[in-house]
Design a protein around this ligand. Structure first.
Ligand SMILES: [Zn+2]
Ligand SMILES: [Zn+2]
Length: 158
């Protein structure tokens, strides 16, 4: 489905085709929760970079996180330099993909039948995990990708 998104101040707008539009994946890692997740986690969606269109590029900032081992993450976290909204992650290691934050999407997203909670080993102590029936929890990375979850549920598609 076509997704439209924007930052809060509207200086940056974007759109893309997404075959993985269900916001099921809650990441509690320190990077996600500090840069994009006031509730303790952030939700990324899957999208096709070849269809990605951006207006207001001049207002974009990019953050590449410093990792615990001292290296710099290859993931480029894009945000609006005017209002601070977290917008999307792009990693040149996977040049066909772009991962917008569900929080920046204006198109009504489908409600996921269950959720994956990941990086719980990095969760803040005060965050209560709202895991419902059928949800799966992981201390670090999950055992399936965004695309595999959609396939397993028979959801998504271009
Ligand atoms: Zn903005
Ligand atoms: Zn994360």
């Amino acid at each position: 489905m076509r997704l439209e998104g924007s930052c809060h101040c509207q200086a940056v707008r974007f759109s893309l085709e997404s075959a993985q539009p269900y916001p099921f994946m809650r990441c509690y890692c320190s990077i996600c929760r500090k840069t994009a997740g006031a509730g303790g986690f952030a939700i990324n969606l899957g999208g096709d970079y070849r269809t990605f269109e951006v207006q207001g590029r001049e207002h974009l900032g990019v953050y590449q996180a410093r990792m615990e081992d001292g290296s710099t993450s290859s993931g480029q976290r894009h945000f609006c330099t005017r209002c601070g909204s977290a917008l999307w992650l792009y990693d040149p290691t996977w040049p066909d993909l772009v991962h917008p934050h569900a929080s920046a999407i204006d198109t009504p997203l489908p409600v996921p039948p269950d959720h994956v909670h990941l990086m719980l080993g990095s969760k803040a102590s005060w965050v209560e995990v709202a895991a419902g029936e059928g949800d799966r929890c992981f201390d670090d990375y999950p055992d399936e990708s965004l695309a595999q979850w959609h396939e397993r549920h028979g959801l998504g598609g271009a």
